[in-house]
Design a binder for this molecule. Sequence first.
Ligand code: 5GP
Length: 178
Amino acid sequence: MASLRVHDKEFDPFLTEEEIRTRVSFIADQLNTDYAGKRPLFIAILNGSFIFASDLFKELHIEAEICFIKLASYKGSRSTGHVVTAIGLDHEIYGRDVVIIEDIVDTGKTLTEFLPQLHHQQPASLRIVALLHKAEATVHPVQVDYIGFTIPDKFVVGYGLDYNGLGRNIPEIYKLVE
Ligand code: 5GP
């Protein structure tokens, strides 16, 4: 894998398709075991999680539902610190086993602001799966129950993640050259 340019920035290879695929299968296996017989509702947070959610969901062999919501807390490569719900939740989650699918947990701000809205609706259980977790960047601690990769505090693109709108269609994950 060679380095690549997205807009004005240079990115180096970080995680290969194979590494991602292996890890996604591993998480799916855990979910298949943990949610057998429970019919969980997965809530994927758009836009960044759409590819991860799709690959993960295909590997679930249990009865499961999925829906999508959109929040925004990021602009460019630095957090703006605002969480906005653009597309609301259209599923009843009272009494359901709910699993949030996130692309990446960075400072934890997005989920810290959003989770109380879900808890308020009294799901039977609420867990979080995130493909990437920047553990060093945590400002608002969030318990992430299933983690694909714990990564350094570097800006990444690819596999659904963008830099100012571009890079989501890259099958691998690249990190910013600083
Ligand atoms: P948090 O609220 O945890 O700081 O940020 C979560 C959101 O910020 C993620 O869902 C993602 O949209 C965005 N984000 C955080 N780090 C990165 C990154 O390295 N690359 C990209 N493309 N988005 C990121």
